[in-house]
Design a protein around this ligand. Structure first.
Ligand code: C2O
Ligand code: CU
Length: 467
């Protein structure tokens, strides 16, 4: 009896404790983890001071968020939240080093909208996270983003206000940064998204066909905008993976029959020379496919799929940064834990045993070489995304890998990874799972530079939802 009352009391207390105020500072919750280094003496600076460059933009565009029906190629119509009336939104192609200026206008998305430049390491105030780096833009409002991309590759943009809802509804688009001199050939950005149960490449939820002259160099930029992983089966050509998450790798031939698996938020660029026949890309478990052929006809091959292409074993494993001195080393374990998340009972995602927002916040100083040991202590897949930085993958399950640089690391159940990055972009940055449903259920935390503060507030009455 007394034990029962004590348990009830404990549950009531836990429930009460878990409730988030209507307006709160994301920095006032999680305990700060210093990663094994001494506390840092610092001056204070606000994220709103970390803006992009001034001056006359080389590239400027306005994106208007609005509700609109979107028609898929099968004829299916879906009610979407769009940029400029289309989902995916307009493809943005900019050049390395250009000053880019994007004005976001919100016409009628009541929940508010922002734009996050997924994978581009922009200055913090341009990062587009509601309640962390800006306020969500409400209907009738606008926000101007300015940055100078120095990375060449495949990225995407999407809302970061209640992203699990907004991205699903269609608030995203492809973003390509081209080198100063562009390669010849066919270059296609292919954002994949599931609209109300219909998986589509762009808006093609069935077979898209295109005539391509044999011998043409082709580059396909595969972008997974869904929360679940997507598998791409490539047939009829000799493809190689040439970039992962906007960073080039030495071309890695994809063995025949091996599908590519891309986690939520991830991108792979594949390149090949157009054969004298049908080359196709199919998305497994869907009707969506792209068929390239000399005369623009043909069918996807429906080849059975073999084992999945593994980015970690593209060649000789290379022990990267072996013996390096890390200024800070953090451990991050992902697991499930029963408890209350903002008053909701259930088994939620926990980071180092803590539920959001009381999760650890990693503190670094500018210039630090930082290592994170990630441990997926769960039976789910987690594409872990760090804002504002790319990390180098050092080991998987304790063994050296063929290194690559990534912003969205796909972690399979019970995998452990060690990654490292140079802390060279001051601010307050999110580190979260890009299965956006997981992020909304607590799989989210922050990386903070010593001394950073934010004037923005998360919470329902602040109308800012960083997830
Ligand atoms: Cu693509 Cu924090 O997101
Ligand atoms: Cu996850």
């Amino acid at each position: 009896m007394i034990a029962g009352v004590a348990l009830l009391g404990f549950l009531a207390w836990s429930w009460w404790q878990s409730r988030l105020p209507g307006r709160y500072d994301v920095m006032s919750y999680g305990a700060v983890d210093q990663g094994g280094a001494q506390p840092i003496a610092h001056h204070h600076f606000g994220v709103d001071s970390l803006t992009g460059p001034k001056g006359k933009p080389d590239y400027r565009v306005t994106l208007t968020a609005e509700k609109a029906p979107v028609r898929l190629s099968s004829g299916q119509e879906v009610d979407a939240w769009t940029f400029d009336g289309s989902a995916p939104g307009p493809e943005l192609r900019v050049r390395k080093g250009e000053l880019v200026q994007v004005t976001l206008v919100n016409k009628d998305i009541d929940d508010g909208v922002t734009i996050h430049w997924h994978g581009l390491d922009v200055p913090n105030a341009e990062d587009g996270v509601a309640g962390v780096t800006q306020n969500a833009v409400e209907p009738g409002g606008r926000y101007v983003y300015r940055f100078r991309p120095e990375q060449v590759g495949t990225f995407w943009y999407h809302t970061h206000q209640d992203a699990s809802e907004g991205v699903k509804e269609g608030l995203f688009g492809a973003l390509v940064v081209e080198a100063k001199s562009q390669r010849p050939g066919l270059d296609l950005a292919l954002p994949v998204h599931t609209f109300a149960g219909h998986t589509a490449i762009g808006t093609h939820d069935d077979v898209a066909r295109r005539a391509v002259r044999p011998g043409t160099p082709v580059r396909l930029r595969l972008i997974n905008t869904d929360s679940a992983s997507a598998r791409f089966q490539l047939s009829g050509m000799r493809p190689a993976v040439v970039a992962i998450d906007g960073a080039e790798i030495p071309p890695a031939r994809i063995p025949a029959g091996e599908p590519i698996e891309i986690g939520g938020g991830g991108r792979y660029d594949v390149a090949f020379v157009m054969p004298n026949g049908v080359a196709s890309v199919e998305i497994e478990n869907s009707k969506a496919a792209l068929v390239l052929s000399p005369d623009g006809t043909g069918e996807p091959s429906e080849a059975p799929s073999g084992p999945v292409f593994d980015p970690a074993t593209r060649g000789q494993p290379t022990p990267l940064l072996h013996g390096a001195h890390f200024d800070r080393t953090f451990d991050l374990t992902i697991s499930k834990k029963p408890g209350f998340l903002d008053g909701r009972p259930g088994r939620h995602w926990a980071l180092n045993g803590k539920l959001y927002p009381r999760v650890p916040m990693f503190e670094v100083a500018k210039g630090d070489l930082v290592r994170i040991n990630l441990d997926n202590d769960s039976s789910s897949v987690h594409p872990m995304h760090l804002h504002g930085h790319h990390f180098d993958v050092l080991t998987r399950d304790g063994k050296a890998v063929s290194p690559w640089s990534t912003d969205t690391l796909l972690m399979l159940p019970h995998e452990r990874y060690s990654v490292a990055f140079r802390a060279n972009n001051p601010g307050l940055w999110m580190l979260h799972c890009h299965n956006l449903g997981h992020a909304a259920d607590g799989l989210t935390m922050h990386l903070m530079y010593a001394g950073v503060t934010t004037p923005f507030r998360a919470g329902k009455s602040a109308n800012n939802d960083p997830e």
